[in-house]
Design a protein around this ligand. Structure first.
Ligand code: F6R
Ligand code: MG
Ligand code: MG
Length: 366
């Protein structure tokens, strides 16, 4: 059976009026490039959007994960968009294209990506999540709840196909290592790791029910670790399969009704609530935020994308948005104090080393 690959690849290659929103001109270039690739048979289908300052390429194809041709297509598309961004004088033009030495794989090059290769079910519902002003670990809490929390996902308790639980692949982004843990048995070990989302990031989820099948994938690039200095936040993307042997669509979305605190607001250095919004509202402007997440629902059929449905545009997420705004007010009142500002180890734009250097001779024994 022919397999389909869904690739979601994103980069911040320039935005309007600050780190705010990728304008239509950039989306147009991306659409032109991907339409050409579709005509030429390289990809089967695509959808282009933006979430805040990130340009998002959602593509289906038959080249598998980590395909050189697909990654090159994305890279070239971003480069063309970056040229347009420079021409328009957009802010941060070309920002996430870290290297001139692209050699066929996006790993370590700046853009983030999540990919799954699947044997399509007769009906293949998927949700593509795209976040801005946060980091890959922001998906730890919601992905854990989708696949391991019986208070979120009723199916874990009452649907025979979900009852065995799921296997999580967790990446230590400092060491570049991964470990697999299965729930419910290893739930506490899993939480011990992923409760520190700046270091341990859920990268993939698989069914435990045989045959083992991919259920979710999250982008795990960390730009700051790659570049060795702050070059922008690794705003993450994720793909989650829904229904039948996977959580129901509503179980996949339910965790986002709670706007949990994530790192990445203003200068990549503040915690704030993750606000679920429709595509139209993915234009963070208050204190460069608060962090946003968009969810688009598709069906994949014969490698074509049917949809999307703009899932967080639902009025049922209005209370989550209102709560997020209240939490945003509360957090902002802390100004430069933790826990609004991140801890010293995580501060990505920081004058702390300079301050310590300046004061080093004035420190004396207490
Ligand atoms: C970027 C971001 C922003 C910037 C801030 C300062 O995605 O989160 O909060 O960090 O706008 O940007 P610069 O230093 O480019 O002026
Ligand atoms: Mg961004
Ligand atoms: Mg940015």
């Amino acid at each position: 059976m022919v397999k389909t690959t869904l690739s979601v690849i994103k980069a911040d290659i320039g935005s309007l009026a600050g780190h705010h929103v990728a304008p239509p001109q950039l989306l147009d270039v991306a659409r032109q490039e991907l339409a050409k690739a579709k005509r030429e048979g390289l990809i089967e289908d695509f959808y282009v959007t933006r979430v805040g300052d990130d340009l998002e390429l959602i593509m289906t194809h038959r080249k598998g994960e980590e395909s050189e041709e697909i990654h090159t297509l994305a890279w070239e598309t971003f480069k063309r968009a970056a040229d347009v961004a420079r021409g328009l004088g957009l802010y941060g033009a070309g920002q996430d294209l870290l290297s001139d030495a692209f050699s066929g794989n996006l790993r370590g090059m700046g853009p983030g990506y999540a990919e799954i290769e699947i044997e399509e079910r007769p009906a293949e519902p998927v949700v593509v999540f795209m976040a801005d002003k946060t980091e890959p670990g922001a998906f730890n809490l919601p992905v854990f709840r989708m696949f391991a929390d019986p208070f979120n996902t009723a199916g874990l308790v009452i649907a025979p196909k979900l009852h065995r639980g799921f296997t999580f692949e967790v990446m230590d982004v400092h060491e570049g290592k991964v470990v697999e843990l299965s729930t419910p048995e290893e739930m506490y070990d899993l939480l011990a790791l992923i409760g520190s989302p700046e270091r341990y990031v859920i990268r993939r989820v698989y069914t435990r029910e045989e045959p083992r099948d991919v259920a979710a994938a999250v982008s795990t690039t960390r730009l700051n670790l790659i570049a060795g200095k702050y070059v922008g936040k690794d705003d993450p993307v994720a793909i989650v399969r829904a229904q039948s042997k996977f959580p129901a669509l509503g179980e996949v979305l339910e965790p986002f009704a709670f706007p949990h605190l994530v790192a990445g607001w203003m200068r990549g250095s503040h915690n704030g609530p993750l606000m679920p919004v429709g595509e139209a509202d993915a234009r963070p402007s208050r204190f460069d935020g608060p962090p946003r997440v968009v969810a688009l629902g598709f069906n994949v059929k014969d490698s074509k994308l049917i949809g999307p449905s703009d899932l967080f545009a639902d009025v049922a997420f209005e209370r989550a948005r209102r709560l997020a705004n209240e939490i945003a007010d509360y957090m902002r009142r802390h100004g430069p104090f933790m826990p609004h500002r991140l801890g010293p180890g995580e501060m990505e734009y920081t004058t702390l080393p300079q301050v310590l250097e300046k004061l080093k001779d004035r420190f004396r024994e207490a």
